[in-house]
Design a protein around this ligand. Structure first.
Ligand code: C5P
Length: 227
């Protein structure tokens, strides 16, 4: 399976002055933990990393230090996650017919989750890892007044990996560009184009490291996993 890792963000919400993926976490960088999981997943055969030019030397050094046995390609990131994934899709080898996309910031995803998504992607055109929500979710209006309480049984929290047929996802991205859709994940583009997105059971611990609190929780989880 081909894997694209969007890693071209910043550290704004983390309060960091550089790409948060370069922050230390339990003895490695966030980026290194994500790469190690991809390397350990037998189903992943190729890794493409979308990053900003300023971060590329650091990312290359980290990848080299991990002695990865899989081909790793660095791809120019974009101004938004959507633009970074778009660039990644263009850089896939022509024989790539399916792809997994996994946020560099979700450094706790296990190799088993990659393998589960890869296996499921043989059966459907699009999928996302997701978990049932625990909280009751409220929809609010512009005045912060609750307008709706959706039935919790129908709500899932989206994670990555997300997997797609490459040709289908490319045309969804093209349409998204033309129609100026702004989305926060690739599945949203797929859905808007009327294509089905299947749910694969994600992992409670597969959090997206976004804030300093997330960093503390991620550190705790990784320390627990270490032998
Ligand atoms: O900011 P956030 O954590 O939601 O971003 C999700 C993922 O998308 C991160 O791994 C980040 O590096 C990546 N990203 C990107 N290009 C951007 C913005 C974010 O690849 N321009």
């Amino acid at each position: 399976m081909y894997l694209l890792i969007p890693a071209a963000g910043s550290g704004k919400r983390m309060g960091a002055d550089r790409n948060k993926l370069l922050i230390d976490l339990a003895g490695e960088t966030i980026f290194a933990w994500t790469l190690k999981a991809a390397q350990a997943s037998p189903s992943i055969a190729w890794i493409g990393i979308m990053c900003q030019p300023i971060d590329r030397p650091d990312f290359e050094a980290i990848a080299q230090g991990l002695h990865l046995t899989k081909p790793v390609v660095f791809i120019q990131g974009g101004d938004t996650r959507q633009a970074s994934v778009y660039n990644g899709l263009q850089a896939l080898p022509p024989e790539a017919d399916r792809v997994l996309i996994h946020d560099g910031a979700r450094c706790l995803a296990t190799p088993e989750l990659f393998d589960r998504c890869t296996a499921e992607l043989a059966t459907c055109p699009g999928l996302i890892a997701a978990i049932p929500v625990k909280d009751t979710i409220k929809q609010v209006d512009a005045n912060q007044i609750v307008s709706n309480t959706p039935d919790r049984a129908t709500l899932w929290a989206a994670q990555t990996p997300q997997g797609f047929e490459v040709a289908a996802l490319k045309s969804c991205h093209d349409r998204g560009l033309t129609e100026q859709w702004e989305v926060t994940d690739d599945a949203a583009l797929f859905e808007r184009c009327g294509l089905p997105v299947k749910i694969v059971m994600g992992e409670e611990t597969n959090l997206k490291v976004t804030t300093p609190q997330d960093l503390a929780i991620a550190e705790f989880i990784l320390r627990q996993r270490q032998p």
